[in-house]
Design a binder for this molecule. Structure first.
Ligand code: NAP
Length: 454
C-alpha cells in the first residue's frame, strides 16, 4: 500500500501534487471534531442550515471558474462541462433551500392516539466515498441534503481528484459552515475500513464501481451501519421503429459521449429495432464523427481525455475482446495514452464485454433487435439496473413497457439524467438507496415514530 497520493494531469501527464495520508492521530482528531460538531449542528433550525446553503450557492457561483479549472486539470473534463457541473451544484442548493423545510417537517399520521407522527432526526457522522467522474456534483448531491438534514460529513474522495476534494472542504468553511461539518480525509483503502468500524461513524454512502461497493458494504454490513450505494451502470438506449431521429439524434450522441463517456448513467448499449437500424447507424456515425476532441482546457473541446491512462487501457481491452468475438469497429478506436477516440462498435452480441460489462469511456456498442419487443428484452438483460431510455413517437404505447424495465429510472425521448427534483439510484448491481429529491434527503435520517396517547 502506497503511503502518499500523487496527482497528475491526464492530458499532459504532468505531476500536480503529492499528499500524505493522515496518521492515526490526525484521523482521531478529525473524527472527534465531526462528532463534537454534530452535537451542536443537529440542534440548529432548518432555516439556519438553509441560510448557509445560500452562502454555499453564492460561493460556488463566485468561484465557478476556479473550481472548474481544478477538475479539468485533475481528471481531464472539458472545461465547458466542468463549468456546467458547478452550475448544476448551484441548482441543487437552490432546490433544497426551497424545499428542505417541507421535506423534513414532521409527517402526521392519524391513529387512535392524541397525536402520532414521524419525525426525521439526523443520524450523525456520515462517511461518503466518492468517484472522480463528477468530482463536485457527486459530493454535493450527498452533502447538500445530508448536512441540511442535520448530519455532518466525512469525504473520502477518489485519489486522483485530491485537490478538488480539499477545495470542497474549504468551500463549506468559506460559506460559514462550522468547522467539522464537512471534512475531507486523505486515506487509503485500509484506513477506510477502520473508519467505517469506528463508533463515531453512523452510516456510509459510496458512489463508485461495483467491486468498491461490495467491499465497503461488506464492512458496513458487518458493523450494522446503514449504506447507500450508487454503483456502475450499463444503460440501454432503445430506439424503436418510429423514433424521431431528426429530433433526438443529438441527445443520443450526448447520452453516450458527454464527460468523455465517463458517466454511470451514460447510454452504453444502443439497442435499435431492425426497421430503423441502417438509418440510425448512418446518422449516429455522422454526428459522432463531428465531435471535437482536444485540450480539455479549450472551451470548444467536447471530448477530452479519460481520467487515467489505465482506465483507457481497460476500455481498449473490453473492445478488443469484443472484436475477437466478432464485433466490428465502424468508427474510431485509436488510443493515445489517456485519449480514446470516440468509437462505434457494431454486430454486438450478448456474450461480449461491451454488452455485458460497463464500458466507462467514449465507446458506443450498437445492437440490432428484430423488433421493439426484442429490443426491450435485450435492454433488460443486464446485471446492472441504473436506467433505460427509449426513443419513440408513440408515447401512449410506452405504458405497456414500463413494467418490463427493472431499473431505477426510465426516460422516454430523453437521456437518463440526474435532476435535483427527481430521485436517483439503481437496482441490482447498480446499488440501492436514492439520492436527490425528497427521497434523498430522507436517506440519512432516523424516521422516528412518535405516539402520544391522552
Ligand atoms: P472506484 O474505483 O470504485 O472508486 C470510487 C471510490 O471508491 C474512490 O474514492 C476509491 O478510492 C474508493 N475505493 C475503491 N475501492 C475501494 C476499497 N476497496 N476500499 C475503500 N475505498 C475504495 O470508481 P471510480 O473509478 O472512481 O468511478 C467510476 C465508477 O463509479 C463507475 O463504475 C461508475 O459507473 C460509478 N459511478 C456511479 C454513479 C451512480 O450514481 N450510480 C455515479 C458516478 C459514478 P481510490 O481512488 O483511492 O481508489
Amino acid at each position: 500500500m502506497k503511503n502518499s497520493i500523487i496527482t497528475s494531469n491526464p492530458y499532459n501527464q504532468k505531476e500536480l501534487k503529492t499528499y500524505n495520508y493522515h496518521t492515526d492521530n490526525e484521523l482521531k482528531i478529525i473524527l472527534d471534531n465531526a462528532q463534537n460538531t454534530f452535537e451542536n449542528w443537529k440542534t440548529k433550525e432548518i432555516k439556519e442550515r438553509t441560510n448557509l446553503l445560500q452562502n454555499l450557492a453564492n460561493t460556488l457561483e463566485d468561484k465557478k471558474e476556479i473550481y472548474a479549472k481544478l477538475m479539468t486539470e485533475e481528471m481531464g473534463k472539458p472545461i465547458s462541462q466542468s463549468i456546467a457541473e458547478i452550475e448544476k451544484c448551484v441548482w441543487l442548493c437552490d432546490f433544497y433551500i426551497t424545499n428542505a423545510e417541507d421535506f423534513l417537517a414532521d409527517s402526521i399520521i392519524e391513529t387512535d392516539a392524541k397525536e402520532s407522527f414521524i419525525s426525521y432526526d439526523p443520524l450523525g457522522v456520515v462517511l461518503a466515498v466518492m468517484p472522480w467522474n463528477y468530482p463536485f456534483w457527486q459530493v454535493m448531491r450527498f452533502a447538500v441534503p445530508s448536512l441540511t438534514a442535520g448530519n455532518v460529513g466525512l469525504l473520502k474522495h477518489a485519489s486522483n481528484v485530491t485537490s478538488t476534494a480539499l477545495a470542497i472542504q474549504d468551500l463549506f468553511e468559506e460559506a460559514g459552515y462550522p468547522k467539522g461539518c464537512f471534512q475531507t480525509l486523505l486515506v487509503n483503502h485500509d484506513q477506510i475500513e477502520d473508519i467505517i468500524e469506528n463508533d463515531i461513524v453512523k452510516a456510509v454512502t459510496l458512489t463508485g464501481s461495483e467491486p468498491a461497493g461490495r467491499s465497503i458494504a461488506a464492512v458496513a454490513g458487518k458493523n450494522l451501519k446503514k449504506t447507500v450505494l450508487e454503483l456502475g451502470g450499463n444503460n440501454a438506449c432503445v430506439v424503436f421503429d418510429d423514433a424521431n431521429l431528426d429530433k433526438h439524434i443529438d441527445t443520443m450522441v450526448k447520452a453516450r459521449m458527454q464527460n468523455t463517456g465517463q458517466s454511470c448513467i451514460a447510454a452504453k448499449r444502443f439497442i435499435v429495432s431492425e426497421k430503423i437500424y441502417d438509418q440510425f447507424l448512418s446518422r449516429f456515425k455522422d454526428e459522432v464523427s463531428k465531435l471535437n476532441s482536444g485540450n480539455p482546457e479549450d472551451s470548444d473541446t467536447f471530448i477530452g481525455v479519460m481520467a487515467r491512462e489505465d482506465l483507457a487501457e481497460e476500455l481498449e481491452q473490453q473492445v478488443n475482446k469484443s472484436t475477437d468475438l466478432g464485433a466490428k469497429i465502424i468508427l474510431g478506436n485509436k488510443r493515445n495514452k489517456a485519449y480514446y477516440e470516440p468509437t462505434i462498435i457494431t454486430d454486438v452480441t450478448e456474450d461480449m464485454p461491451v454488452f455485458k460489462e460497463e464500458t466507462f469511456g467514449p465507446v458506443a456498442a450498437v445492437i440490432k433487435a428484430k423488433d421493439n419487443e426484442q429490443a426491450i428484452k435485450l435492454a433488460a438483460n443486464s446485471i446492472f439496473g441504473l436506467g433505460t431510455m427509449i426513443f419513440t413517437e408513440n408515447t401512449d404505447n410506452i405504458y405497456n413497457f414500463i413494467g418490463d424495465i427493472p431499473d431505477g429510472a426510465l426516460f422516454i425521448n430523453d437521456m437518463v439524467k440526474s435532476d435535483p427534483r427527481l430521485p436517483f439510484g439503481g437496482t441490482k448491481a447498480s446499488g440501492y438507496g436514492r439520492e436527490l429529491s425528497k427521497e434523498g434527503i430522507l436517506e440519512f435520517v432516523n424516521k422516528k415514530t412518535v405516539y402520544i396517547k391522552k
